[in-house]
Design a protein around this ligand. Sequence first.
Ligand code: ATP
Ligand code: MG
Length: 384
Amino acid sequence: MKKVIMIKYGEIYLKGNNRSFFESMLLKNIKYALFGLKADAKRVRTRYFVENYDEDMEDEIVERLQKVFGIHSFSKAVEIDTTRDNIVDFCSAIRLQNCTFKVETNRADKTFELSSMQTNCLIGEVILNNNPTVKVDVHNPDITIFIDIRENKKTYIFYQNIMGAGGMPVGSSADGLVLLSGGIDSPVACHQIAKRGMHLTGLHFASYPYTSEQAKEKVVKLAQIIKPYTHMKKLFVVSFTEIQENIHKYCKDEYMITLMRRFMMRIAERLANHVGAKAIVTGENLGQVASQTVESITSSNSVLEVMPVFRPLIAMDKEEIVSIAKKIGTFETSILPYEDCCTVFLPKYPLIKPNLKKVLEEESKLDVERLIENALNKIEEIKI
Ligand code: ATP
Ligand code: MG
């Protein structure tokens, strides 16, 4: 008998011929999550097992597995060699008191001598005989004892399913470049898009000396907090000061944010091409602020050639975003009061519905190409 953690995947089941690609990616990610811990991970057909770990590390392993996208659920289980006697022996030692229970058998090994139903009945009897204060309740039991009889002649017995993060394994989709600010939204956007398998690289715009070193450190910290989800290895920091100063000097005040967003997108697209990312990701949310109206989004999208922009939060309420931020542990850091480049030079009345023709007119007062080149020449790369 040995203690293991048995892991089940979710949507990967729906994959056809390419399922093994996703299965291998998930194993790789489980091993990545367990990095530095003494524990082995392996796949046996559609199940994954973490084994050979110290018992006092179990909570840490559970916590880490809950951040691995692609995992539907997992259970702390015991593994025994599949024989009728072994299953009965193990279940004879189960002690329950004053509760209702049921037994739920999954017989993947069709050569096992009893059907699932027969196993349920047999083990139900065994438990009733050894525990005089319990009753069977097949509809709404206090405890369910799961018996999973696998094809590899091993049986796994457990009573609890811990829900995983769902989604698809990170790395199974193309890479993305995320515009990461120090706010509440963009780290949540990272989490949401990584859930669909996208591995992320970060891009942050700073405006030294208007924004501080601490403001940047805050973004680095956020990137580190979400790393178990996103696998982000690099955060690029671009100085936005010259661009903002030029807009401030040459363009009408109310165009500040609109023009800034167009610069952000252009720089993001170029950097994305450079690092091999195939999409840009932002934490924009429809109608949240002036720069996030349909007209503003049209204005910033229109600078892009072909690259798609994913905005996973577009239709979410702030309350939903905040609740995810709390769950993934970014909220407390996000609300630290450091200024963002978007708050520097903030006009009193930003354009809510910019007219693209007029935006282009304003923008024509700037040497766009030179400003972008200058910004990209001074790019800083931070290892996360
Ligand atoms: P957040 O909470 O993510 O900061 P926000 O509600 O403050 O978002 P905006 O400031 O309009 O909204 O920014 C919208 C999106 O633009 C952000 O979610 C982020 O993806 C990107 N963004 C804003 N500021 C920066 C920045 N300084 N560096 C990188 N990306 C940024
Ligand atoms: Mg912001």
